[in-house]
Write a new protein. Sequence first.
Length: 104
Amino acid sequence: MEEERKIKCDCGQILIEKKADFDNFKTKAMVCPKCNFITLTRDQAREYIKLKRLHDIIDKESKIIKIGNSMGITLPEELKEFDIKIGKKVKLKALDTKTILIEI
Ligand SMILES: [Zn+2]
């Protein structure tokens, strides 16, 4: 764990940790409540790099295929980097009529 340190913005405010939009996805960052300046701590930058890689791997269109009498979608092989392997149990959850969440 990184030590809690207060980071002061050039405008004088103390940055607060919150989720911020970065390259079309949300990640934890240090944000100035006054001028909206955004920066990342070392831990947040590491998390951001991992998250960016995951988005690069998974954010694309897929097609439902037939597997026996069931329907399936394939997942990219690169997901192994995130410990997502054949045989791993996942939880499916309907968020709304157009969105299904796969919890790993
Ligand atoms: Zn500021």
